[in-house]
Design a protein around this ligand. Structure first.
Ligand code: FAD
Length: 410
């Protein structure tokens, strides 16, 4: 296949990097993945995968493995923070509504399970753990890669899938474009049996209050665990180097004192007193420089309130793989320009909408909150454009798919 000789280095074995590695392989292109962590594990974090990503995984033949470790939420429910009154509700799994509407499933999955499935499908040979990229060097015949462990490598092109605090992005734009959003989150995993006050435990539910909200959904197949994300408008400034920082044990509980017992039970039951700073990437003019390009959080880190950070990383990965077929190592600029044109406007729109959603979820009681409540009743129609997106269709519409994919695996 044309372009089969391209040497692609992917930095980061997160959802975006591993999805790209699989998408490239499906197109007949090989890649090596370099990951700073010495093993692929993440504690206490879950991902909601929506149809715009799962339709790609289904095509790759990963549906059964994913379904086995995932939970399909019964409904999406919005509730009042204190009395738990239902503000709005929509079916997801009930009546198979979501899959029928968007053509692929909605899954709540533990991030470590997803990473395990993707990395197992890719295999260990070209996955290099313990390799933290520290620098890139432009050369006439490619890009040199330097790692903290002393390893040096060389590639025709480098893809930065190294997350919101991306080293590769810094090389591309020359500055750090990550911005603390002024909001942070507590997260946790709690067995349903420890949540006696929780109504509809298999639903995905937003509990909306003033300056804070809590989202939860079940994950893990039949294990009956609830994953939650409790977001607060604090601290005003993020004083830490990384995106995660320890807090005193009573801080999460004190923050949600007075909320509905289902919320306080959940926050109390989570054993890990850790705060996640929520960072975004300011809208970038360019996603590439020379032979280096970025995707996922590195390109458009966003607030998690549409649950789309990982899903849009998957979209990026399959779009870039499609465009790289037939690419020549010495003529990557037009390919990267097409990739940016295909991806930037959509991801900016979702990034912006996630920011607006953050404010809407945190309104104090009053007329604005009542208008918000009327609006969330239409959420399925208002945000259908996010979920119905089909990367392969977008590529085809833009005239960029040279071969029809059979959906074959490995
Ligand atoms: C609290 C919270 C909840 C979220 N919930 C959802 C959700 O429900 N649904 C959803 O779609 N998204 C969600 N997201 C967003 C989602 O986690 C990210 O958008 C997604 O993981 C981005 O994937 P990525 O591959 O771009 O980056 P990451 O998953 O961050 O992966 C980057 C990888 O690069 C590695 N790396 C970093 N630097 C280097 C380096 N220098 N050298 C080598 N390797 C490096 C990292 O170790 C990591 O493995 C949430 C995010 C947060 C913070």
């Amino acid at each position: 296949m044309a372009g089969a000789g391209l040497r692609v280095a992917i930095i980061g074995a997160g959802i975006g990097g591993l999805s790209l590695a699989l998408a490239l392989r499906e197109r007949g292109l090989a890649a090596e993945v370099f990951e700073q962590a010495s093993e692929l594990t993440e504690i206490g974090a879950a991902i909601a995968l929506s149809a715009n990503a799962t339709r790609e995984y289904v095509r790759l033949g990963l549906l059964d493995e994913l379904a086995e470790v995932s939970t399909v939420p019964t409904q999406l429910i919005y509730r009042h923070w204190r009395d738990g009154g239902r503000v709005a509700a929509h079916p997801i799994g009930d009546g198979d509504w979501y899959r029928k509407r968007f053509g692929a499933p909605y899954f709540g999955v533990h991030r470590a399970d997803l990473q395990r499935i993707l990395s197992a499908a890719f295999g260990v040979v070209d996955l290099h753990l313990g390799c933290r990229l520290v620098d890139l060097v432009e050369r006439d015949d490619g890009v040199g890669l330097e790692f903290a462990n002393g390893r040096a490598d060389h590639a025709d092109l480098v893809v930065g899938a190294d997350g919101v605090r991306s080293t590769v992005r810094r090389w591309v734009t020359g500055t750090d474009d990550a911005v603390y959003s002024g909001t942070s989150a507590f997260r946790g995993l709690v067995p349903v049996e420890n949540l006696p006050s929780l109504p509809d435990p298999r639903a995905m539910q937003f509990w909306m209050g003033s300056d804070a909200h809590l989202l939860h959904y079940a994950i893990g197949g039949g294990t009956e665990m609830v994953n939650f994300l409790a977001v607060v408008e604090a601290p005003r400034i993020w004083p830490h180097d990384g995106t995660v920082a320890g807090v005193q044990e009573d801080v999460p509980v004190a923050t949600f004192r007075g909320w509905h017992p289902a919320v306080t039970e959940m926050v109390k039951a989570a054993s890990s007193p850790v705060r996640w700073g929520l960072f975004i990437v300011r809208p970038l003019l360019r996603w590439y420089r020379g032979r280096v390009v970025i995707l996922g959080d590195a390109a458009h880190g966003m607030l998690p309130h549409h649950g789309q950070g990982a899903n849009t990383s998957v979209e990026d990965a399959f779009a870039l793989a499609g465009l790289l077929v037939g690419a020549r190592p010495d003529d990557l600029d037009p390919v990267f320009a097409r990739y940016q044109a295909l991806r930037r406007a959509r991801t900016r729109a979702i990034q912006h909408s996630s920011r607006v959603t953050s404010s809407l979820l945190h309104l104090p009681e009053g007329p604005a909150a009542r208008m918000r409540n009327a609006k969330v009743a239409n959420v399925a129609d208002d945000f259908g454009w996010i979920h119905e997106y089909d990367v392969q269709e977008a590529l085809r519409k833009a005239g960029h798919v040279p071969v029809e994919l059979a959906g074959s695996r490995r």
